[in-house]
Structure formats: C-alpha cells, structure tokens
Design a protein. Structure first.
Length: 264
C-alpha cells in the first residue's frame, strides 16, 4: 500500500512537470473558462432575469465553476489516450511500480491543475461582479466540493480513455457526455422554464445538485421547478456527496481493472 501511494505521487509529479514544460496546457486550461465567464456574463446575462441580489452573475459563477471541473473528464480521458498512443503507457508497465499508480497519479495531477483554474476563475468572476455573501469558510468549502467533484469525474475519464484509446474519439465521446449534463441543468438558467419532463432530468442531474450545493455555500438562493421539495432540492450538499461516492465506487475499480487487463 505504501509503495502504491509513493508510486502514484511520482506519476503526479510527472503530470505537474509536464505543465512546466508545456505551459500552453495551463494557459489554455484557464483561458477557456474565463471566456465562458465573459460570454455568459455580458452576452446572455442581460436577457436572463433571476431576481437574485447582485444579478445574473451570482447565479452564473457556481454553474461555470461546476462546468469547468466537469470538463476534467474530457481532459483526463484525452490525455490518457494520447499517452497510450505514444507508447508511454507501455513504458510505465515495464517499470516495477504499482499497477494502479498510473491512473491514480493522473487523476491527482489533473485535480491539482483544477486548483489553479478555479483560482483564476474566481478572480475573473470577482472582476465581473461576483460577490459570495456566505463568508470565507463556506466559500472555501464550496471550492473543496468542486475539487472533489472534478476528481470523481476524472475517474470516468480514465475509464473512457482506456476504453477508446484514440485521443480524438475519446475527446468527442467525453464532450457528448459533459455538454448534455452541463446544459441540461440549472447551471446557466433556472430549470423552471424547461418542459416538465426535462425539469425532472435536469434537477436530478449530478451537475445540477452540485451547482445547487455551491450556490447554497456561496449564499445564493436556489430555484427549483417540478422537483421542488425533493431530496436533491432540499439537501444538495448531501446529494452531491452521494453522487461523488457513487461515481468513484463504480469507476475506480472499473478503471483499475481495465488498466490491469489491458496490460496482459
């Protein structure tokens, strides 16, 4: 167990060194979320009435934060598939390291990248008027929730990357998952304007519960439609934790087993 942890930390260090050697990865990882902030804040913000103190940006920022960490799935999947295509994975398999070290180290490395991305987004949000009102402890707890959510989703990316292998296929497949989850949710607009059937899907969507949890921690009032009074709407923090545990309980063993089997 001790060797497995130390091996995973070595792979994590490799991930971080890659960022230093290819800074464009970090630059473009932060530019895209900031572009979403500016786009939704100034292009769509004026057409969406929320009734929130502080305006649309208070509703928007939690959704942008969750969307960004959800895209960790695509980054992890395509990065792993690219490494497999270059033969790097075969080289790691020839080394005397734990079989799970590679996948654990990659998820940790991608999660550490999210810290930088969320910090830059928080600054950008503050510049355009985002002001959390709940106090520093709850704001920090919200960011911790975001990092955990991104980490959980990165395991689905590991499984996708090991399954498809080709980076282009993996990237397209990942975005086919993340885009419906983020846009059929409460991330950018209240679900009350959706058809009733979509409201049920959107408000039980893991992205929606995570957005609702972050809004609660940031001091923003949540708006629920058809499922108002349900467990997710009344307990978004607890439901988000349940979703994270379920995702990891399913995809951690599947990913580790997939990696071990693919090396035979």
């Amino acid at each position: 167990m001790k060797n497995a942890i130390s091996d995973a930390l070595v792979i994590t260090k490799r991930q971080l060194l890659q960022l230093a050697r290819v800074p464009e990865v970090l630059i473009f990882s932060t530019i895209q979320p900031v572009m979403f902030v500016l786009l939704f804040r100034y292009v769509f913000g004026g057409s969406i009435s929320t009734g929130q103190p502080g305006g649309y940006v208070q509703l928007l920022m939690p959704g942008i934060f969750v969307q960004t960490v959800a895209f960790t799935l695509a980054a992890t999947a395509s990065g792993l598939a690219e490494d497999m295509g270059k033969g790097l994975i075969d080289r790691f398999r020839s080394l005397p390291i734990s079989r799970s070290a590679l996948v654990v180290g990659r998820t940790l490395g991608d999660s550490l990248l999210n810290i930088v991305v969320l910090a830059v987004m928080g600054i950008a949000g503050y510049v355009v008027g985002w002001r959390p009102t709940s106090g520093l402890p709850k704001v920090l707890l919200a960011f911790l929730f975001l990092l955990l959510f991104g980490y959980a989703l990165s395991w689905t990316g590991i499984f996708a990357g090991l399954s498809a292998r080709d980076a282009r296929v993996v990237q397209n497949m990942s975005f086919m998952i993340t885009f419906p989850l983020t846009f059929l949710s409460n991330a950018f607009a209240p679900t009350t304007g959706m058809p009733r059937a979509l409201q049920y899907f959107a408000e039980w969507n893991p992205v929606s519960t995570m957005v609702a949890a972050c809004r609660e921690l940031f001091g923003v009032e949540n708006q629920f439609g058809a499922t108002a009074g349900s467990f997710p709407s009344e307990n978004p923090l607890a439901m988000s934790l349940i979703y994270m545990v379920l995702i990891m309980a399913i995809f951690v063993p599947l990913s580790v087993r997939k990696y071990k089997n693919s090396s035979k």
